[in-house]
Design a protein around this ligand. Structure first.
Ligand code: GDP
Ligand code: MG
Length: 246
């Protein structure tokens, strides 16, 4: 069983990308399972095989414990942990060879609380991977690019899993923006020259970049389907070194 977790800031398009990639894979004839781990999702653009909301719902937590919207989402995400074992069992019963796992809208709840790292460990079988989903509109600015790379690095430190960086919503980027982003990742000096930062922070960023912290992104659009083949190919490389998983 190969588990692929989609992590990223709120609104970056994790759920839409899970929907688009799972549909694309099905069209190619691949067997794929989809898991929703967001207890606060109001609407999902796909039909999950396993849905945490059947067990934990932020809405119910809000009513039952008389919490505000924020506190109830935090509590619900923490409560997902108690269901980890059952989710894993359900995944084994469904028996898909590869699972795409959608995570809570707000990345901080999943990445920077205890529950997320535990869930990733628990639901990882022999192979697992994190797809860090970045928002194209945000990453096209100099500061947006630098902070996205640092957030993606935080996520790598947090989950301790191989990770790929998908820049979603590429349909909203001009050719020029795509070239810029690619150049910044290939040659960080082009970004460091123009970034407006105090020298100490700039040196820290330079060190991160020189150590390979500016990873090369894959451009995708969950909306148009562009780049889904490339994303799938990357998933394959991590799994088998290039051959299809099934
Ligand atoms: P999540 O919070 O990361 O799960 O983000 P969602 O999947 O809910 O998407 C947030 C918003 O971005 C929605 O309005 C989506 O329709 C939109 N969106 C997602 N992917 C794309 C894309 O590839 N292109 C464009 N233009 N919009 C997208
Ligand atoms: Mg979502």
């Amino acid at each position: 069983m190969y588990t692929v977790f989609f992590i990223g800031t709120a609104g970056s398009g994790k759920s839409t990308l899970v929907a688009a990639l799972s549909t694309w894979m099905e069209e190619q004839g691949f067997d794929v399972g989809v898991v929703n781990l967001d207890p606060a999702a109001e609407y999902l653009p796909y039909v999950p095989d396993i849905d945490i909301r059947d067990r934990v719902s932020a809405r119910k937590v809000m009513k039952q414990y008389k919490l505000g919207p924020n506190a109830s989402i935090i509590a619900a995400v923490d409560m997902v942990v108690t269901e980890a074992e059952r989710i894993k069992e359900e995944m084994e019963v469904v028996g898909a060879p590869i699972y795409l796992i959608d995570t809570p809208g707000q990345m901080e709840l999943f990445a920077f609380r205890q529950s997320g790292a535990y869930l990733v460990q628990k639901l990882s079988d022999t192979h697992s991977l994190v797809v860090y989903v970045a928002d194209a509109v945000y990453i096209q600015t100099i500061d947006g690019f630098a902070t996205t790379m640092l957030l993606a690095l935080s996520s790598r430190i947090r989950f301790k899993k191989p990770q790929i960086l998908a820049v979603n919503k590429a349909d909203l980027l001009t050719e020029e923006a795509i070239v810029n982003i690619t150049n910044w990742s290939e040659d960080p000096e082009t970004l460091l020259e123009s970034i407006d930062l105090p020298s100490y922070e700039k040196e820290i960023l330079r060190s991160v970049a020189n150590m390979g912290g500016f990873v090369e992104p894959i451009f995708v659009s969950a909306k148009t389907g562009d780049g889904l083949d490339k994303l799938y190919y990357q998933l394959q490389i991590h799994y088998t070194g290039g051959e299809d998983a099934q």
